[in-house]
Design a protein around this ligand. Structure first.
Ligand code: SF4
Length: 314
């Protein structure tokens, strides 16, 4: 006999406006210019999305030097790129379309403006994440100092304050962890300036709030998203901190722990900003094979954000 299981579905979940836009840019480019179309880095961090676009005619490369046919268009991923990338594309005479999320571009413009105004800049973010590489690459090397933790703040040189000082952040960080780091920065550097509107984006904020709302009521919590998806990994951390220690990322390489799920009475499900909704529905269908599922959608915010597409693919 199947056991009774309630699934609390986090809402908002899944694709954000920046991801929607980036995928649409690749689809439109293939339609308009034919295949292949090159894409520098995974357009968004989701294996299924990347595999589908490959089938339609996208070729993914990590660097422009890997492009074999320089007559084909190339698209830059939603995470943003250092300034050297469009510069290299121009030298190679490549036709490129920039799918950087406008909210990441906003952070790029902030950093440039601060630099012009003579500020030392601290970026709160994760080393080696493509967004961080892109943001640091907006300015000459050494202009932005990266901090990942409050411990990193302790190590910062007090001399940084010889010039006015400002911080910016990656868009997909944990809101609570970032608040701690900002508070450490503010206690070490009293007049440090922050962004007028926080850099952590609306989609990250809403998805974390939805997880917080549900996690403490659940025996297990599942976040659908790839291992390299920063915002998805943060959602698992948020679920654990909010009270559901049995929280896991569900990605292509791991299987659902059905035996554990069968012992639960209530589980939570969320998905990262780069995970398609059909993966959520597939997960629910799989669980239904073993449990009598009742679904409850827990909505913490409505999202109506839509970003314009670049004219070149319209
Ligand atoms: S998570 Fe936020 S910053 Fe990243 S693509 Fe989506 S809207 Fe843009």
């Amino acid at each position: 006999m199947k056991n009774e299981l309630k699934i609390l579905l986090a809402s908002p979940r899944g694709f954000c406006a920046g991801v929607d836009r980036a995928i649409e840019i690749v689809n439109r480019a293939i339609k308009k210019f034919g295949s292949p179309v090159y894409v520098r880095h995974e357009i968004v961090h989701n294996k299924q999305v990347v595999d589908e676009l490959k089938e339609r005619g996208a070729i993914f490369v990590e660097e422009l030097s890997e492009i074999q046919d320089l007559s084909r268009p190339v698209i830059f991923s939603a995470h943003g790129v250092p300034k050297t990338v469009p510069e290299e594309a121009k030298i190679k005479n490549l036709f490129y379309v920039d799918a950087t999320c406008p909210l990441v571009s906003k952070v790029h413009r902030e950093s440039e403006q601060l630099h012009r105004n003579g500020y030392n800049i601290i970026l709160i973010g994760h080393k080696n994440h493509p967004e961080v590489i892109g943001t640091m690459g907006q300015l000459p090397a050494g202009s932005i100092k990266l901090v990942e933790t409050s411990e990193d703040v302790i190590k910062l040189d007090q001399n940084l304050f010889e010039k006015p000082l400002a911080y910016i952040t990656q868009t997909t960080l944990s809101i609570d962890d970032t608040a701690e780091i900002i508070s450490s920065l503010k206690s070490k550097f009293k007049n440090i300036k922050g962004p007028v509107k926080q850099d952590i984006c609306y989609a990250t904020t809403n998805r974390q709030n939805a997880v917080k709302e549900i996690a403490s009521k659940c025996d297990m919590f599942f976040v659908i998203g790839s291992k390299n998806s920063s915002n998805s990994v943060r959602l698992v951390e948020v679920a654990k901190k909010a009270g559901c220690i049995n929280s896991e990322l569900v990605h292509t390489e791991n299987k659902l722990p059905i035996d554990k799920i069968k012992k639960c009475t209530r589980i939570g499900v969320a998905s990262g900003a780069s995970a398609p909704e059909r993966l959520v529905q597939n997960l629910i269908s799989e669980i239904r094979e073993y449990c009598n599922v009742s679904l409850e959608e827990v909505v913490v915010a409505e999202e109506k954000v839509v970003f314009k597409l670049p004219k070149t693919v319209n």
